[in-house]
Design a protein around this ligand. Sequence first.
Ligand code: BDR
Ligand code: CA
Length: 309
Amino acid sequence: KPQLLIDTDPGVDDALAILMAYAHADIAGLSIAAGNVGLGHTVRNARTLVDLVGAATPVFAGCAVPLVRAADEDAAFVHGQDGFGDVGFPAPTAVLADEPAALALLRLTRERPGELTLVALGPLTNLALALRLDPTLPDRVARLVVMGGAVTGHGNTGRVPAEFNVGFDPEAAHVVFEAFPTFDLVDWEATLRHAFDDDEFDGWLAAGDRRADFFRRIVATARRYNAKHDRHGLVAADALAMAVALDPAIVTRRETRSVAVELDGRLTRGATVVDWKRRLGRPARANIVLEVDQARFATMVRRALGVAG
Ligand code: BDR
Ligand code: CA
C-alpha cells in the first residue's frame, strides 16, 4: 500500500482525492494550506473528512497566507464560501494537531525516510516553507506529485495563463519546483482531458455509499456554477493527481521538461513556463503528465465513493 503525506486546501476536488487516498493507501498526515478558501475553512473541512471515514489521521494547520504577496483571488465561487458547497456540516470532532504543517512535513519524513509520497493538492506554501527550513527534505521523500500549472498557458484564473494553485502562491511553487530533483506534475489542462461524463458520474453518486452521498452534497454548488457557465462533465483536478500518486503505472503519456514559474509579469504572474523545446539548458525536473488510463482512473474514483463492482 502506498504511504502518503497529503498537503491540501479542501476544496471539493481535494475531498474526492482524499477519499481516493483513504480507499487505496495509508495516510500519515494531512497538512493544510489556504487556497480555495481561507485556512479556517480548509482545516475544518479536512477534519470533516477524517470524521467521515472514521480515521485517526493527524491534521496540521499550515500557512494562512502566501509566502510573499497577498493572493488576489480565492475559489469560493466554485467550491462554496466554506469550500464544501455551503452544506453546513456540524463542527468536526477530529483533532487538530498542535504542530505547524511545515514542521510536521519535516518531522514525519525524518521519522520515515524514503517511505512517504508527498501529494500536493493546493498552493505550495507549506512545502516551500518546509524546504526553506530544511533543504534536505527532497532526499527523504519517495516521490512528490503536484497538482498545479497550465503547461500551454490555458489557465483557470483571472491571470489568464496561471492555474489556481501556482497562481495563488507563485513564489512557493518556484521554491518547490527548483528544490526537488524530480517530481510529477499534473496540470490543469490534463485534468480537462480527463473529466467524467455527467451521467456516468451521477450513476456512481447514486450507487455509492455514504461517501458518495457526502460528495454529492458538497459538489452541488460547483456543478450549478459550471452548468451556468455552460461547462459540463466533472473535472476533478486533485483526484487526477491522486490517481497518479496512488498508481504511477496509470500514466500513459508524459514529457519531462524544465518548468519555471513567472513571478513578475503583469498579465502572466503565476504562469508555468515549460521549456518544451529544451532551449534553456535548465535541468528537466518535472514529469509532466499528459495522459492517464481513464478507465483505471474511473475505477479508483468509484472505489473511493463505495460503488460496488
Ligand atoms: C486546483 O485549484 C483548486 O481550485 C482545486 O482544488 C485544484 O487543486 C485546480 O486549479
Ligand atoms: Ca486543491
